[in-house]
Design a protein around this ligand. Structure first.
Ligand SMILES: Cc1ncc(COP(=O)(O)O)c(C=O)c1O
Length: 572
């Protein structure tokens, strides 16, 4: 009897200590999450599902921050001048965009999310942006009305070396593989060349080809899970790795990503979790996050105030990558660099060369396709193997009808060959210094004129920040377009330059940029008074939303001093 009680006591003590250990690990995991919504996917989705629609239209549009009538009038005049300019300059481009929108879901989405939703309808009605182009040349693109824009959209990062470069890669590549045509399954000899070049560039043993960056990342993670036998992928708060479920927890993905840990970038707490947990299959790093650690890709649709901040600290990020490398090696966790965006942009050997840290697997995409769609995975032989010699039925599948398509492979071969040429190598000379100097020059010019705008950059990838509280910063994208600068649908969140921008090209862009900022300031969008500050703007937006869902709570907030304009029109 006594013996069985003692045994029961021992069992419950054991169970308690297991529970305590589990609770400790759980707590460590929670502490390694970034405190923002970016670090809490589930809460972010819950919050997003409760944000009510409302809009500012008419007079409210110009004074949603309680600007006085004279300022609202200046804004109205500036807005209507812009609207007239758009109508006169972009008629054909806008007309086709309007026609195509009905049947083109992507276009409907991007049109809806160019600016914060409260302003979308009014802006869309008057400042509709055309999405069609007829040609590209040098660092410019031309729309259907013959307007020539400096291209700052960069084709989502594909355009690294200039559009003419890719046209040539595609044309010559197509001529080379024409005799074979679209034969799939068997390879054209250019594939063997690409494999050997990519092995040299990555310093890794094996290569697989995919149709997109997303697929390359999927395969990297799948292989890491297969070889480690562990379930969870670690990604860092805010990092983009494509739109596959496991790497996109939170807003945008209707199902929870149950096998993903989203941890804080550049944090000792994250290292602690990596040292302790036994369910981590891999760590995914997108080096672009070095520009804005723990924040999602900046887009003007979320630019509700001036809190967007960014800045690249090369030493700190390099130290972080070294620390990650060390802990991953100690714990046998494959370290994956997702270089789909930054690969070849910082250095010909990718982020690994730039930061001096070797991953176990690396993904490339975008520019490496020489103008065609592609995803590439390079890895150590033991991680790339898709079968086990000792258990032949236990395989790790990866397929894709169009993988290693001859036309894509041929354009890629052109890209990889030219990467070696002196002309292209010269483009990388002093690359970081050149673009840092350009950013600093523009920032000095902005500061000299007391303009409330600054840029931050990671080499040729730039983002625009705002130094003074305002609800209207997103208007800048429309002034920039009017000055002949083409931005992608995320607006001033991301400007992407190609390496072939000369000093003269850059000077022209800087001049137009300054002209746009001056015009926006003249039109009163940066009016502010002492009651407008970043925190009150966010609190005020919260109150606008509460007013629609929970009027009582909104009144309480109001008593705490947040002024708010009249209730907004609400859509049924
Ligand atoms: C770092 C990174 N990984 C993956 C992807 C997904 O690539 P794709 O759009 O070709 O699927 C992207 C796309 O922007 C990316 O930037």
């Amino acid at each position: 009897m006594i013996a069985s009680l003692a045994a029961a006591g021992a069992v419950s003590c054991g169970a308690l200590s297991v529970a305590a250990l589990k609770a400790r690990d759980r707590l460590a995991l929670s502490r390694a999450k970034h405190p923002s919504l970016t670090g809490h996917a589930r809460i972010a989705r819950l919050v997003a599902a409760r944000v009510p629609y409302y809009e500012f239209a008419g007079e409210q549009f110009f004074a949603s921050d309680d600007a006085p009538p004279d300022v609202a009038l200046r804004r109205r005049k500036g807005f209507s001048d812009l609207a007239q300019h758009y109508a006169e300059r972009f008629p054909r481009t806008r007309e086709l965009t309007g026609q195509a929108r009905t049947g083109l879901s992507d276009l409907q989405f991007t049109s809806a999310y160019r600016v914060p939703f409260q302003y979308t309808r009014f802006v869309g009605r008057h400042l509709g942006v055309g999405t069609f182009l007829q040609s590209s040349s040098g660092v410019t693109v031309t729309d259907l009305d013959g307007n020539v824009f400096y291209d700052l959209a960069g084709s989502y990062g594909v355009n690294l070396l200039g559009y003419d470069f890719y046209k040539d890669c595609m044309q010559r590549g197509a001529a080379e593989v024409h005799p074979l045509g679209p034969v799939l399954g068997a390879y054209h000899p250019v594939v063997a060349y690409n494999v050997s070049r990519l092995r040299e560039i990555s310093g890794l043993d094996e290569i697989s080809f995919h149709m997109s960056g997303t697929e390359a990342v999927m395969q990297a993670v799948r292989l890491a899970r297969y070889h480690t036998g562990r379930s969870h992928v670690v990604r860092f708060a805010g990092a983009y790795h494509g739109w596959w479920d496991d790497v996109q927890p939170g807003i945008g993905n209707p199902v929870p990503a149950r096998n993903t840990y989203t941890l804080t970038d550049m944090s000792e707490r994250t290292l602690r979790v990596l040292r302790k947990r036994r369910d981590i299959a891999c760590v995914l790093v997108n080096p672009l996050q070095a520009l804005h650690p723990n924040a999602a890709a900046p887009s003007d649709s979320s630019l509700v105030d001036s809190s967007r901040s960014a800045g690249f600290d090369r030493d700190a990020y390099t130290r972080w990558l070294h620390a990650l490398r060390t802990v991953c090696t100690e714990r046998g966790i494959p370290l994956i660099f997702d270089d789909v965006f930054m690969g070849f942009r910082l250095a010909p050997g990718g982020s690994a060369e730039f930061f001096g840290v070797r991953p176990d697997l690396v993904t490339y995409g975008k520019t490496v396709g020489g103008g065609f769609p592609v995803g590439v995975l390079c890895g150590k032989a033991d991680l790339m193997r898709r079968y086990r010699a000792e258990h032949p039925a236990d395989i790790c599948l990866a397929r894709g009808t169009f993988n290693a398509h001859p036309y894509v492979m041929a354009a890629m071969a052109q890209f990889l060959q030219r990467l070696e040429t002196p002309e292209v190598r010269r483009l990388y000379d002093n690359l970081t210094e050149t673009w840092d100097a350009r950013a600093q020059w523009l920032n000095r010019a902005l500061a000299n004129e007391n303009l409330p705008v600054r840029v931050a950059n990671l080499s040729t990838v730039w983002t625009v920040c705002y130094t003074q509280p305002s609800r209207y910063n997103w208007m800048l994208q429309y002034y920039l377009r009017a000055e002949g600068l083409a931005l992608s649908w995320v607006g001033t969140g991301r400007l992407i330059f190609s390496l072939n921008y000369t000093e003269d090209d850059f000077a022209a862009v800087a001049e137009r940029f300054l002209a746009a900022v001056r015009a926006m300031q003249r039109d009163g969008w940066w009016w502010t008074d002492a009651s407008i500050a970043t925190v009150p703007i966010k609190r005020r937006i919260l109150r606008e939303m509460l007013e629609l869902r929970y009027p009582m709570a909104a009144r309480l907030l109001a008593r705490n001093g947040t002024r708010v304009s009249e209730p907004k029109s609400r859509l049924a």
